[in-house]
Write a protein that binds this ligand. Structure first.
Ligand code: GTP
Ligand code: ZN
Length: 382
């Protein structure tokens, strides 16, 4: 559409360099990963994260690997460690649910703590760990398994992991009351893409509208490969499908207040959503600063658990640069390499293949509009 005259500033040289560094960092990171064996890699995850920011790579890595080796060779290491997952990580008091269903209050072995340069994120909710039992209800976390599907946020240049081993992100919207806001869905989708999480879009309160009115919107998301599910916590529509989605998975739930996240979780399992909203109320003050999540197990023979933290519910676009956005939108991404200017932001530039694709309908006009608003109203204004 390009209806607006862009008021964007060209990104400064410093911004462009930072952006490039970020991507080079990822490639470099991948190469380094291959130098370590699997056991070392996982514990190094936090270190690598901090390196990216601090640039203190080599020295730290040597020290860390030698610490790890000492740790592996330590004769006092128990052979029979118990496997489990972290429900809540909170400094010295970490709750671990063992695979055979026992809840343990655990401390963290010192060598693991020192792996984390700034003392944070050694263990987070969702981590798979191995624990040395100390009493019937307490233990010591000896080992953290490699993580996949991580939700993290950056503050003051430091990246903090909030939740680990997130299998997918449920983006909950409501068809009405509050009214459907596709722009919010788009933003949550960007967050999911940024964290490399697979999203599922849930449109709840479908009892309040005729679902036919939503077909066009859902079609656009489906064409990008996103799964969408209409639900009603009130009338029970698709609650079985939701139960299937949660079974055996670690799920993060995001969505605007009032769309029915707690009601849906309660419909799947009475009490589940209630626990979620109590946590949310406790943390009202820290809505944007809370970095610790908790994982609430669901009672299903196949296992499964739901993450809760206000930070995930209101999953923000953390630390995203204007240049990054189009690459995170699967419908816009295919066109970005064909613009006349390499640093094209697809707003007011000439010969922009994204705008051409919008003009002839290959990109949905509403999605492009959401892109323009995000850049012009938020990211380029700061
Ligand atoms: N008609 C209808 N109402 C629903 C449905 N699901 C939830 N509601 C109502 O919507 C309101 C908000 O539901 P909640 O489950 O508290 O919403 P939430 O997303 O958890 O909200 P926060 O805790 O503020 O994040 C409640 O009054 C529910 O009864 C639904 O499927 N249909
Ligand atoms: Zn362009």
């Amino acid at each position: 559409m390009g209806k607006k005259k862009s008021n964007r500033k060209n990104p400064s040289k410093g911004e462009r360099v930072n952006f490039r560094k970020r991507y080079q960092g990822r490639v470099r990171d991948g190469d380094l990963t291959r130098e370590f064996n699997q056991g070392e890699q996982d514990s190094l995850a936090d270190v690598r994260q901090s390196e990216r920011v601090s640039g203190k790579g080599d020295l730290t890595r040597k020290r860390t690997v030698s610490q790890l080796k000492d740790h592996e060779n330590d004769p006092s290491r128990a052979v029979d460690l118990v496997a489990g997952r972290v429900l809540r990580a909170h400094g010295l008091a970490n709750t671990v649910l063992t695979d055979d269903g026992q809840r343990l209050e655990c401390s963290i072995r010192q060598v693991l703590k020192s792996l984390s340069i700034d003392g944070r994120g050694t263990v987070v909710a969702g981590d798979r760990v191995r624990v040395r039992m100390e009493t019937e209800s307490t233990g010591m976390i000896e080992h953290v398994d490699p993580r996949r599907g991580v939700i993290s946020r950056t503050s003051r240049g430091q990246q903090h992991v909030i939740a680990a081993n997130v299998d997918h992100l449920l983006i909950v919207a409501s068809a009405a009351m509050p009214s459907l806001k596709p722009v919010l869905i788009d933003r949550f989708l960007l967050s999911a893409e940024q964290c490399d999480l697979s999203p599922v879009i849930i449109i709840n309160k479908c009892d309040l509208v005729d679902p036919v009115t939503l077909q066009q919107l859902v079609g656009v998301y489906a064409s990008m490969g996103y799964r969408t599910l209409f639900t009603s916590a009130q009338s029970g529509v698709n609650i079985d499908s939701l139960r299937e989605l949660l079974a055996g998975k670690q799920t993060a739930v995001a969505g605007q207040s009032g769309v029915g996240k707690s009601s849906l979780l309660n419909a799947v399992q009475p009490g589940l959503g209630l626990a979620v909203s109590e946590v949310s109320r406790d943390n009202q003050k820290g809505r944007h600063t809370t970095t610790s999540a908790q994982l609430i197990p669901i009672t299903d023979p196949r296992g499964g658990a739901v993450f809760d933290t206000p930070g995930i519910r209101q999953f923000q676009l953390w630390d995203i640069s204007p240049e990054e956005v189009s690459g995170l939108m699967p419908d816009i991404r295919p066109y970005v390499g064909q613009c006349r200017y390499a640093n094209c932001l697809h707003l007011a530039e000439d010969d922009c293949s994204v705008k051409n694709a919008v003009a002839d309908g290959r990109i949905d006009a509403r999605r492009y509009d959401a892109y323009c608003h995000l850049l012009e109203d938020d990211l380029l204004k700061q």
